[in-house]
Design a protein around this ligand. Structure first.
Ligand code: RI2
Length: 307
């Protein structure tokens, strides 16, 4: 579900759709969150600036409660709110929110096409690429390689429990890209045939660790053992400034019923963490819109964001 599908929706409806993962993917939830703030500005009818700022803050808190792991959401909201407290009057405040929103969306779209280009160039003819979950950024790079005449094929993991791998295989086969679906536990059995692993990110910490869909770190271990390079495709708004100051990235724990009906196993604890952290030593490179960096370069990206 993209921006076109949420046009006109109220903040609470958007928040619920992010929570239920009808709107999903770290880039898409950031865009949807930014849209929700813009909508507040557009719909606000009284003339009191303080009231509008308060409403924006309340909306921000609600949106941030939906998916705690992806820092893209927080950074998107921060972008829309940038400088708005300095507005002279309500009209200027509304204009700033709307302009910041448009800037964020434009940057996000431009970032995707840069990542596609930089990431796509690094995929060679005849490469077999393995991807985990459904990352719009990783898939943009894979499609770029294919559309530029590289004869590639893809292995896509199912990505339990929500099975976003199904979206991946549908998306790639629609493009004509040869794609094979595997269960998550088949990665090690297949990795020797694979030339490159391409994944996305929900958050990148200042130490270069990448937080992405649960299972990414296992894929990374298998890739490392088989000497297959792992590439992460992520816009710079997925880098976490808070991690520089020691804050750990919270890992979202979702409802056990996404795995199995808990009533089938009375007395059994079912745990459903949906992200994990891949340490920097397992990552070959991170493709951002600013260029290809090593995971050790994460701190520099964050430093530029803070300045
Ligand atoms: P893009 C997704 O989260 C996956 O973890 C995916 O790898 C990541 O966001 C990045 O996706 P979820 O919403 O931003 O499916 O590259 O939990 O599209």
């Amino acid at each position: 579900m993209g921006l076109d599908d949420i046009e006109g929706l109220e903040v609470e409806e958007i928040a619920r759709k992010i929570e239920s993962m009808e709107i999903r993917g770290a880039a898409e939830i950031a865009r949807a969150g930014a849209y929700a703030l813009k909508k507040i500005g557009e719909d606000f009818e009284n003339e009191d600036m303080t009231d509008l700022l308060e409403e924006l803050e309340t909306c921000k808190v609600r949106l941030l409660s939906t998916r705690p792991t992806a820092v893209s959401l927080e950074n998107g909201l921060r972008y829309v709110m940038h400088g708005v407290r300095k507005a002279d009057d309500i009209e200027q405040l509304k204009e700033m929110i709307s302009d910041n929103y448009s800037d964020f969306i434009d940057n996000s779209i431009r970032a995707k096409s840069k990542i596609a280009e930089y990431g796509g160039r690094r995929i060679s003819d005849d490469d077999m690429v393995l991807t985990h979950c459904n990352s719009s950024m990783a898939l943009a790079a894979i499609k770029y390689a294919w559309n530029n005449g590289k004869n590639i094929s893809v292995i896509a993991t199912e990505s339990r429990p929500k099975k976003q791998g199904y979206i991946t295989v549908e998306e790639l086969s629609k493009e004509g890209i040869p794609v094979t679906l595997i269960v998550d536990s088949a990665v090690r059995a297949k990795i020797k045939k694979v030339d490159k692993v391409y994944v996305g990110a929900d958050t990148i910490a200042s130490n270069g660790a990448v937080i992405n869909k649960i299972g990414t770190s296992q894929v990374a271990l298998c890739a490392d053992e088989a000497r297959v390079p792992l590439t992460v495709c992520a816009e710079t708004y997925k880098f976490s400034r808070k991690s520089t100051f020691g804050e750990l990235v919270p890992i979202e724990e979702r409802d056990p019923s996404e795995i199995v009906d808990p009533k089938k196993f009375p007395g059994v604890n079912i745990s459903n963490p949906v992200f994990d952290a891949t340490p920097s030593e397992y990552i070959d490179s991170i493709i951002t819109e600013k260029g290809v960096i090593s995971p050790e370069g994460a701190y520099r990206i964050i430093e530029e964001m803070i300045r």
